[in-house]
Ligand binder design. Structure first.
Ligand code: GFB
Length: 422
């Protein structure tokens, strides 16, 4: 069944909503309140924490578009296991979103609930699973066209039909959960490309899970809506408090002094670039481990990292250099030989146990976000999310959009400036 073959552009709402007859019928327009529906999503298991945060924004923005006329609630997929969360002895999966993020704040952008609450409200059944895949054999020809089509599954999907007629697969480790229907869709386009599928062909489904949601692109990359979704993605208060305590005790950094106080409601926080001055330290995000192989030309050795940080210490008269990194201890100790004022956050055992590697990553990001100057690692989404946090806080882009250069690079292209829009 061909669902549609759209040739619309990202912001061309008219094309995207050119399904009026179906839409009117499935939405009960003009008759009753739209019925409550649930959108769930899942991501390729290999993707890391910070790309997942970006995919959340794409799907949340999709829900916001649909809620113009409908009543969708976004179900937050439990976290884990993630490839990079390796600390032994910790829980590997079923981390709730509230462990890391402020759910109330997310709810001010679109209605969201935890998966466990969905199970309580709805029972352990998901009506439809739509498994997204790329078009088979497609080569990029220079012409980007949006298209979506129900097809055979190209690879063996992670769901299989059981004797009871239901589909079982990976539902975040919740083994009693099953799906009634399963479809593979080849898709290429922005998140809104799935709207016709959600509104027409599968309109009877109360709950729909879109798997491989990273296939969908941002509908409104970098615009006000993008930034609303991003601003709503505030960290959980306990993690912020721990980051703030470290700033205060170890880095002589407070919101009053740094001019980084956030309004409690993200919708009311709006500052000009250059408003924030940050704490008396510079921060660097050093992405190591798999990046040493995957991005070897762009990631400097420890020695060269130090050589790039030393002039910045001078320039910003930094009292400390905060290092966020997935580096093993030996590499940090080596860096300290060159930069004795380098410091990093070491979580107490009980914090690690409660918040896992993801929680520690957030505390590191929060501390980096408040530094007078920040430099990250090329193409790391971990660094990108810090840059966005600093845009929200109101730093001058010059002290945010910076990256370290590889050993063989005299100079290197600096990150694109994704400036905040309100
Ligand atoms: O978030 P993330 O996927 O961004 O980083 P990239 C990988 C994970 O490594 C984080 C840990 O979620 C953390 O668990 N990590 C990295 C850190 N840097 C730090 C740090 O400074 N502090 C702490 N506490 N933890 C992606 C990969 O990495 O890059 C993909 O996930 C792929 O698999 C892609 O390889 C190219 O964007 O850096």
């Amino acid at each position: 069944i061909c669902l549609s073959s759209l040739t619309s552009t990202a912001n061309d709402d008219q094309d995207l909503f050119a399904f009026e007859p179906v839409r009117a019928q499935s939405l009960n327009v003009g008759t009753a309140k739209p019925r409550k529906r649930y959108l769930l999503y899942s991501i390729n298991p290999g993707e890391g924490f910070n790309l997942r945060r970006d995919v959340y924004m794409r799907v949340a923005s999709l829900v916001k578009m649909m809620n113009d006329k409908e009543d969708w609630t976004l179900v937050l997929p439990p976290w884990g296991p993630l490839y990079h969360w390796k600390t032994e002895g910790l829980k590997r999966d079923k981390y709730l979103w509230k462990t890391f993020f402020d759910i109330q704040s997310l709810n001010l952008y679109v209605p969201v609930i935890e998966f466990e609450d969905f199970l309580t409200e709805n029972g352990p059944v998901i009506d439809d699973v739509l498994y997204l895949q790329h078009f088979e054999g497609d080569r990029f020809t220079g012409h980007f066209e949006e298209k979506i089509e129900e097809t055979e599954c190209i690879e063996a999907p992670r769901y299989s039909k059981h004797a009871d007629g239901k589909y079982r697969g990976w539902f975040w480790g919740y083994e009693r959960v099953a799906a009634k229907n399963f479809h593979c869709l080849s898709a290429q386009g922005f998140a809104a490309i799935v709207i016709p599928a959600l509104r027409s062909n599968y309109s009877k489904a109360r709950s729909v899970l879109i798997d491989r949601a990273e296939t969908l692109l941002h509908n409104r990359y970098g615009d006000e809506d993008y930034w609303q979704a991003r601003r709503s993605l505030r960290f959980a208060k306990p993690l912020i408090d721990m980051g703030d305590a470290f700033r205060r005790d170890r880095l002589d950094s407070t919101d009053d002094g740094d001019i980084t106080t956030l309004h409690p409601d993200w919708r009311d926080h709006q500052v000009k670039p250059g408003h924030a001055i940050g704490g008396p330290y510079i921060a660097a995000h050093l992405r190591r481990r798999d990046f040493l192989y995957g991005h070897r030309d762009d990631v400097p050795s420890i020695n060269r990292t130090a050589l790039q940080l030393l002039p910045l210490i001078e320039k910003y008269k930094a009292k400390k250099v905060f290092i966020a990194s997935d580096a093993p201890d030996e590499e940090f100790e080596e860096l300290k030989l060159y930069i004795p004022i380098a410091i990093r956050y070491v979580p107490p055992k009980e914090i690690l146990k409660k918040y896992g590697d993801g929680g520690v990553a957030i505390i590191d990001q929060w501390i980096c976000a408040h530094a007078r100057y920040f430099v990250g690692t090329s193409v790391s989404t971990f660094s990108f999310r810090i840059q966005e946090e600093r845009e929200i806080l109101g730093f001058d882009p010059d002290v945010t959009f910076n990256r370290l250069c590889g050993d063989k690079q005299e100079s290197c292209e600096q990150p694109a400036r994704w400036k905040i829009r309100y």
